[in-house]
Write a protein that binds this ligand. Structure first.
Ligand code: TXA
Ligand code: MG
Length: 319
């Protein structure tokens, strides 16, 4: 049975034995193991049922450790690290040969970030190895933003989840890679592309191909509830069309009344995109437990974090 606890020492002891612990970060909970242990790395892929071609993110507590992880760091990567670490930005950099190929799926690049969560920073400082951690959910499903979400997924598979409360940002980190030292956006996330461009100028967007996904977090179907979900501009029209079904709605700020509506999740009554982002996955987890036939999600404004929310809803809605 999984234990939900705040005991950092216990987490350290488990990790030192090449076992896994779910850890809090400001984005989503991670399924963490020793970055240099093949045993731990294998357990991560097995527990998540994650395909081996999908590489993992290395989590460190200080930029001083970066040189153990990556080499030939572009100037713009340094600027980004300075601006956003600790925080929700993952950099994909040329890997240090010390990093196991099993983490990077054989690529010569490695993904790395410093999470902005006090408990996890304390844990990382107590360990003499970094932690690799994908989001702590079975492959393809909604990422966990609370310790309970993790326990719901892995009650038998995991020994413990370190409880650091609800994740303050609520969706995964933004991922930036480099080609000829120029930045490329691999995954939209907790930090908007506008914020990134304010630091380093124009970002290219990865033109991804389904068959050779650079960042498989960009695979089309991902972040999905079990319940069918559609992403639409006009929620009322869709409720009318589906009024014979048990419907739940995800709305940005509007209250919507309709007799066939079983539940509505308003992500931010004040229309605040940061708050809506924080609430998105928790709302999806709640709706997914209601035995609904359909979740109708309202499309967000296509700017700032609205783009990241639309990205996740769009992928959740893919068949
Ligand atoms: O916020 C986050 O990033 C969370 C927390 C726990 O840190 N982690 C997370 O990990 O979302 P995961 O494994 O669910 O997503 C990592 C993404 C994957 O889409 C993976 O393909 C991409 O990062 N990635 C990792 N290494 C890469 C590399 N070398 N090149 C391109 N993409 C990479
Ligand atoms: Mg994930």
């Amino acid at each position: 049975m999984i234990e939900i606890t705040t005991d950092i020492h216990k987490a350290k002891m488990i990790l030192k034995k090449d076992e896994l612990v779910a850890i809090p970060t400001e984005t989503v909970y991670g399924l963490a193991g020793n970055c240099f242990s093949e045993t731990a790395i294998n357990k991560i892929f097995e527990t998540k049922k994650r395909p081996l071609f999908n590489p993992l993110i290395v989590h460190i507590h200080s930029e001083k450790i970066l040189e153990d992880i990556a080499i030939e760091i572009p100037e713009k990567a340094k600027l980004l690290a300075k601006a956003f670490w600790p925080g929700s930005l993952t950099l994909v950099l040329k890997k240090n040969p010390k990093i196991p190929d099993s983490i990077t799926a054989g690529k010569d690049t490695v993904a790395v970030r410093i999470p902005n969560h006090e408990m996890t920073i304390k844990l990382l400082k107590a360990l003499d190895f970094p932690l690799v951690a994908p989001s702590a959910n079975p492959f393809g499903s909604i990422s966990p933003t609370s310790a309970q979400h993790v326990a719901d997924y892995f009650s038998n598979e995991l020994k413990m989840v370190l409880d650091g409360g609800n994740c303050i940002n609520g969706i995964e980190s933004t991922i930036i890679g480099f080609e000829n030292n120029e930045p490329i956006l691999y995954r939209l996330g907790s930090i908007s592309s506008e914020e990134i461009e304010a630091v380093i100028g124009k970002l290219m967007i990865l033109n991804h191909n389904e068959n050779t996904p650079e960042a498989p977090g960009m695979l089309s179907r991902h972040y999905s509830p079990k319940t069918k979900i559609i992403l639409v501009d006009n929620v009322i029209e869709q409720i009318e069309k589906n009024s014979n079904k048990k419907i739940g709605v995800i709305s940005f700020k509007d209250t919507i009344y309709h007799h066939s509506l079983k539940s509505i999740e308003i992500l931010s009554k004040e229309g605040n995109l940061k708050q809506a982002t924080r609430n998105l996955y928790a709302a999806m987890h709640r709706l997914d437990k209601l035995g609904l036939d359909l979740i109708i999600a309202q499309r967000f404004p296509q700017n700032d974090l609205g783009k990241s929310i639309n990205d996740r809803l769009h992928r959740a809605a893919k068949n």
